[in-house]
Design a protein around this ligand. Structure first.
Ligand code: ATP
Ligand code: MG
Length: 180
């Protein structure tokens, strides 16, 4: 499995529809300060189910919608689609290619899709749980995260290793079962 493509529209600084094609191997994104590099990783985390506006470097979820500039009015909708190659069926779904879409309207309403079919946020979170690609996964190390990992408590560090090892989904199912 690998990331193939990211389509962004109305998300943060991306007022126009923009696409990033990832090739197998390493992709580096370069640009001046404030040009939107981190906004690209924010878009990836957001489409994978990030619910915390703060960790997307905003105050509220609405802040991820393009707010407007000197020459341009703000928008009412942010939309991100992440397309993954799933030829190896690494993701437990019967498709060679999986696309995940998330939309949010300024009214606060959200929509989620897996391969263009409407779904719940939970379906997306479940699909990626233990894949190493979830919103909390070790695959995305943001600025400052390295120090956080080094200085965090032993239990917090342990949960990072648990997700990497693929046991988090069993823990969360156990917890749910115990609450029933
Ligand atoms: P650095 O090299 O400093 O890390 P960067 O390339 O990672 O910079 P980002 O943090 O991705 O830059 O982008 C910041 C820019 O995104 C700022 O100019 C900010 O105004 C803009 N931005 C963030 N949210 C919105 C929004 N909702 N609407 C319009 N622009 C936004
Ligand atoms: Mg940055």
């Amino acid at each position: 499995m690998f990331l193939k493509r990211l389509d962004i529209a109305g998300f943060k600084s991306f007022a126009d529809r923009a696409s990033v094609d990832f090739v197998k191997g390493v992709t580096a994104v370069v640009g001046p300060n404030g040009s939107g590099k981190s906004n690209i990783t924010d878009a990836v985390r957001w489409v994978l189910g990030e619910q915390s506006a703060k960790s997307l470097r905003g105050g509220k979820m609405e802040d991820i919608i393009f707010a407007g500039s000197d020459s341009r009015k703000g928008l009412n909708l942010a939309e991100v689609t992440l397309t993954l190659d799933n030829e190896d069926h690494f993701l437990p779904i019967d498709y060679h290619e999986v696309s995940i879409t998330r939309k949010v309207f300024r009214s606060g309403e959200s929509e989620y899709y897996i391969n263009n079919q409407s779904c719940r946020l939970k379906d997306i979170v479940d699909l990626f749980m233990d894949s190493g690609l979830g919103k909390e996964a070790f695959s995305i190390i943001s600025q400052g995260k390295v120090e956080e990992i080094l200085s965090s408590k032993a239990e917090e560090r342990r949960s990072i290793f648990e997700e990497a090892a693929g046991v988090l989904k069993y823990k969360s199912r156990k917890k749910k079962a115990e609450h029933k």
